[in-house]
Design a protein around this ligand. Structure first.
Ligand code: UD1
Length: 341
């Protein structure tokens, strides 16, 4: 019998790409999502692409009774936990909402899992837990810190899961620390659909390329990097999704709580990404150099070797594929999942 996976936040950007890979690999998938920053259309498209079914429930993790009922009615082997608020700037303005939503939501989920004898969870963490790293590349052994409430929710959830695994050896918690996910499924049918003005680099660049915004603001060109602009480890969202599959497949061999970096190990500057996006889209992408964005670090990229050895996973797609696929999604869906009628 196939394994049944509950995916929280499965209608979102990384969630929907992961659901697609899970279905293709033969997993039975149930999605729980409150659709706060996502829409069901992503899952409708995933079903069309795979010709397989996903069971969807519009549930908020803070509605513990509803989560409990879902577990009463199903027999989940494991959970992939994406659901959470993720905007750094917003988290500074409304920290309590971030703590309540991300941390309380996770506590409820873990309590319900325990009550139903489900002890396997893969958690959507972030390279943000390394704060301002002293050196690069970053290994999992680096000291952890956070520079904003969003990052602190990721860090606290990691710590909570570590304590949980120490308290009860039935738990396995895999913490996947993502570097910078970009790109889209190569079909161009699913992709990133940010609400309002994008905070992150690639969606902003794409909206400039398609003519919805005038110019990219490059946040600083006086960092100590190859061209003065910030350097990040951009990873194709499909590679990231496959990292979750690798984590699930390895789960039976993992003991307790284990973190893994999911990155490529390569760093690209803002100007390099801009150039790659220009080539992929064939469009001029005007930019202005502006002040540094508070809280940004100069350089951040992974040492991904632990995931390679222990999860047997490695990112395969390069910056060209990331930009080609982002552009295919953007040009085929200029309004994201929304339609103009
Ligand atoms: C950001 C978050 C990080 C979160 C991740 C999720 C901050 C400080 N960090 O990472 O906690 O886990 O998103 O995806 O927000 N840039 C521009 N102009 C723009 C946008 C970005 O120059 O309009 C630059 C940034 O200065 C940075 C790079 O592009 O050097 C990448 O930025 P972004 O996509 O926002 O990701 P991070 O800041 O690395």
């Amino acid at each position: 019998m196939s394994q049944h996976v509950l995916v929280t936040g499965g209608a979102g950007y990384i969630g929907s790409h992961t659901v697609l890979e899970l279905l293709q690999a033969g997993f039975e998938v149930t999605v729980l999502d409150n659709l706060d920053n996502s829409c069901e259309e992503s899952l409708i498209r995933v079903q069309k692409l795979t010709d397989k079914e996903v069971t969807f429930h519009k549930i908020d993790l803070l509605d513990k009774d509803a989560v409990n009922k879902l577990f009463d009615e199903n027999n989940f082997d494991s959970v992939i936990h994406f659901a959470g608020l993720k905007a750094v700037g917003e988290s500074v303005d409304i920290p309590l909402r971030y703590y309540h939503n991300n941390i309380t939501g996770t506590i409820y989920l873990l309590e319900v899992m325990k009550a139903h004898n489900c002890f396997n969870i893969v958690f959507s963490s972030s390279a943000t837990v390394y704060g301002d790293p002293a050196t690069v590349p970053i290994t999992e052994a680096f000291p952890l810190s956070a520079t904003n409430p969003y990052g602190r929710t990721k860090l606290f959830i990691e710590e909570m899961m570590r304590d949980l695994c120490i308290s009860d050896e039935r738990w396995t918690c895999v913490l996947l620390r993502y570097f910078n996910p970009i790109g889209a499924h190569e079909s161009g049918w699913i992709g990133e659909d940010p609400n309002g003005i994008p905070n992150n680099l690639m969606p902003y660049i794409m909206q400039v390329a398609i003519g919805q915004r005038e110019a990219l603001n490059v946040f600083g060109n006086d960092y100590d990097t190859k061209d003065g602009t910030g350097v990040r480890d951009y990873i194709h969202v499909v590679d990231l999704a496959l990292g979750h599959l690798a984590a699930l497949n390895t789960l039976p061999n993992i003991e307790g709580c284990k973190p893994y970096n999911l990155g490529t190990g390569n760093g690209y500057s803002v100007l390099e990404v801009l150039e790659a996006a220009r080539k992929a889209s064939g469009k001029d992408i005007p930019h202005n150099i502006v002040e540094r964005r508070p809280g940004d670090v100069a350089e951040c990229f992974a040492d991904p070797s632990l995931a390679q050895t222990e999860l047997n996973w490695q990112a395969e797609r390069g910056i060209e594929a990331m930009c080609d696929d982002s552009w295919r999604w953007q040009s085929q869906n200029p309004l994201g999942y929304k339609t103009d009628d």
